[in-house]
Design a protein. Structure first.
Length: 136
C-alpha cells in the first residue's frame, strides 16, 4: 500500500511506499522538530522507545530513500527535513485504510471503531462540529 500526497503544500503530487509503524514514530518527531539531526531524533525518542541509535539511523535512512525526508549535511551532521506534511500523510493513510478495509465506506468504519471504544462527551461534541461543518 503506498501513500500519495501533495508535497508540503506545493501543487505537485508524490507517491512513496508504505510507511511502517516505526517510521511513523520517527516522522512524528521530525514534524515536531520541523527539522532535526539524527542526534536530536535519538534524544527525542529516548523516553518513547527502547530503540538503539543505530535503529533510529536506519529508520531515518529508509524515510530518505522513500522520499518522505530530505537530508543535507550541515557541518558534521545530517539535517533531516520532512518533504511531506503531517496532515497530508494522515489523510492519505486514512483513505488507504478506508479503501482497503471498508471499501471506502465511512459508516461501517465508525461503527466498527465505536464498538471497541467509548467516546467522551468532548469527542462526541467535536464529531458533531465536524459533521455539521461538512454539511454546508
Amino acid at each position: 500500500m503506498s501513500i500519495e500526497f501533495a508535497i508540503n503544500g506545493k501543487g505537485g503530487r508524490k507517491r512513496i511506499g508504505r510507511i511502517s509503524g516505526a517510521e511513523w514514530v520517527v516522522m512524528k518527531v521530525i514534524w515536531e522538530l520541523n527539522a532535526g539531526t539524527a542526534k536530536q531524533v535519538v534524544e527525542a525518542l529516548k523516553g518513547r522507545t527502547r530503540w538503539k541509535p543505530k535503529t533510529i539511523h536506519t529508520l531515518l535512512s529508509r524515510l530518505v530513500r522513500k522520499g518522505a525526508l530530505a537530508s543535507e549535511k550541515s557541518s558534521r551532521e545530517y539535517l533531516f527535513k520532512p518533504l511531506v506534511a503531517e496532515e497530508a500523510c494522515r489523510i492519505s493513510a486514512s483513505r488507504s485504510l478506508l479503501e482497503s478495509v471498508f471499501d471506502g465506506e465511512i459508516a461501517p468504519f465508525l461503527a466498527c471503531f465505536l464498538k471497541s471504544r467509548k467516546l467522551s462527551a468532548k469527542e462526541i461534541e467535536e464529531l458533531k462540529r465536524i459533521l455539521e461543518a461538512g454539511e454546508s
